[in-house]
Design a protein around this ligand. Structure first.
Ligand code: NAD
Length: 352
C-alpha cells in the first residue's frame, strides 16, 4: 500500500486512478477536501476495496500517525497543497499553513514511522514530494531551461511556500536519512483540473460565450505537460529514482499563454462550433497578475537519461484529449462551476 496525500485534487486524483488501473496496489488517500478537492474525480472507484479515502489534514499529526501505524504504507506521495498562484496573492496564509507547516508535520510523522520500521522495510520506504518548476523563479527570453541545480528564486507566496517545503524535504534526507525524492514539474493540464487554472477556465468560458481573460500581453511563457505524463514520471521516480535526489519533469513544450488560448479556441471551433462566430472573438486582455513570472522552462534530461521516462503525449494530442474531456464531462464541469468556484471567480474577475 502507498499513502497518497491530496489525492482528490487534480493531479492526485489522476495519479490514483492511473495507479490503480495500471498497478493495482492499494492506495490510502488522505485529503482535506478544500475547494480544490473533489471526490467526484474518484467516483469510478466507488466500492473498490483498493482505495481507502480519509478526509483529513496532512498537518493533523495524530491522524497521520494513526494512519501510518494502522496501514503501514511502503511509500508516501505528497501532492497535498494549496496550488493556485492568484489565491496565494490574495491570501497567502493557507499556503504557509498547508505547504510549509503541513508538509513539516507530515515529514515529522513520516520520519517517526520510518525510523520504527524493520530494517528491510526501512530500506525500501520512500517519501516522494511533488513540487513545481515555479520554485526556480523567472527566466529571460534567451536563458537556458531550469535544471536540478538551478538556484531557487521563488517569486510568489505559492512558489515560496513550495520552495520552503522542498528545502524541508531535502533537510530531512540530509539530516535524518529519510529516503526522500522530490519532483519539480512544469504546468499540467488534463481531466479534472479545477476551472480556476488557465486551460479549463478558457474551455468553460468559451463554451458559455464568456470573455476569455488574458493576463497582460499574453506572452508569458509556460512549459506544458499532460497530467498522465506527470503521473508516469512520478511512478518512475518512485520506483527507480535515487534517494535524496530531485528530478525535473517537463514536456519540452514552451508556449506563450496566448498561443494556448488560441489553440483551445481553434479546437472548440472544430469540436463545438459557436453560431455566434469563432471562439477567439472572446479574447479579453486584463490587468496583469502582480509579480507575474515571465517564463518557465524545464530541462528534463536527468529523468530521461537516468530513468528512461518520456512523455507519451505531444501538446497537440494532449490538448485535443483535454478539450474533448471537458466537452464530454458536462456534469462534472457544471457541478464544480456552480459552487465555491463561482463565488471566487466572480470576486476575482469582475473587477478587472
Ligand atoms: P489541487 O489544488 O488541484 O489539489 C490539491 C489537493 O490537496 C486538493 O484535493 C486539496 O483538497 C488537498 N489539500 C489541500 N490542503 C490539504 C491539507 N492541508 N491536507 C490534506 N489535503 C489537502 O493541486 P494540483 O494541481 O493537483 O497539484 C498537486 C501538487 O502538484 C501540488 O503540490 C502542486 O504544488 C504540484 N504541482 C502542480 C502543478 C500544476 O500544474 N497543477 C505543476 C507542478 C506541481
Amino acid at each position: 500500500m502507498i499513502l497518497v496525500t491530496g489525492g482528490a485534487g487534480f493531479i492526485g486524483s489522476n495519479f490514483v486512478l492511473d495507479w490503480l488501473r495500471d498497478l493495482g496496489e492499494p492506495v490510502l488517500n488522505l485529503d482535506k477536501l478544500t475547494y480544490a478537492g473533489n471526490l467526484e474525480n474518484l467516483a469510478s472507484l466507488k466500492g473498490d476495496p483498493r482505495h481507502i479515502f480519509v478526509q483529513g489534514d496532512i498537518g493533523d499529526r495524530a491522524l497521520v500517525e494513526r494512519l501510518l501505524r494502522e496501514h503501514r504504507p511502503r511509500a508516501i506521495v505528497n501532492f497535498a497543497a494549496e496550488s493556485h498562484v492568484d489565491r496565494s496573492i490574495h491570501g497567502p496564509e493557507d499556503f504557509i499553513q498547508t505547504n510549509v507547516v503541513g508538509s513539516f508535520h507530515l515529514l515529522e510523522e513520516a520520519r517517526g514511522y520510518w525510523q520504527g520500521l524493520p530494517e528491510r522495510e526501512r530500506l525500501d520506504f520512500r517519501f516522494l514530494h511533488v513540487s513545481t518548476d515555479e520554485v526556480y523563479g523567472s527566466l529571460g527570453p534567451g536563458d537556458p531551461p531550469f535544471t536540478e541545480t538551478t538556484p531557487y528564486a521563488p517569486n510568489s507566496p505559492y512558489s515560496a511556500s513550495k520552495a520552503a517545503s522542498d528545502h524541508l524535504v531535502r533537510a530531512y534526507h540530509h539530516t535524518y536519512g529519510l529516503p526522500t525524492l522530490t519532483t519539480n514539474c512544469s504546468n499540467n493540464y488534463g481531466p479534472y483540473q479545477f476551472p480556476e487554472k488557465l486551460i479549463p477556465l478558457m474551455i468553460l468560458n468559451a463554451v458559455q460565450g464568456k470573455p476569455l481573460p488574458i493576463y497582460g500581453d499574453g506572452l508569458n511563457v509556460r512549459d506544458w505537460l499532460y497530467v498522465g505524463d506527470h503521473c508516469t514520471a512520478i511512478r518512475a521516480v518512485l520506483a527507480r529514482g535515487r534517494v535524496g535526489q530531485t528530478y525535473n519533469i517537463g514536456g519540452w513544450n514552451e508556449k506563450p499563454n496566448i498561443e494556448i488560448v488560441k489553440t483551445v479556441c481553434d479546437l472548440l471551433d472544430e469540436l463545438r462550433p459557436d453560431p455566434a462566430g469563432p471562439h477567439a472573438r472572446l479574447l479579453t486582455y486584463v490587468q496583469d497578475r502582480p509579480g507575474h513570472d515571465r517564463r518557465y522552462a524545464i530541462d528534463a534530461r536527468k529523468i530521461e537519461r537516468e530513468l528512461g521516462w518520456r512523455p507519451a503525449e505531444t501538446f497537440d494530442t494532449g490538448i485535443r484529449k483535454t478539450v474533448r474531456w471537458y466537452l464530454d464531462n458536462v456534469a462534472w464541469v457544471e457541478h464544480v462551476a456552480s459552487g465555491e468556484y463561482r463565488h471566487w471567480l466572480e470576486q476575482n474577475y469582475k473587477a478587472r
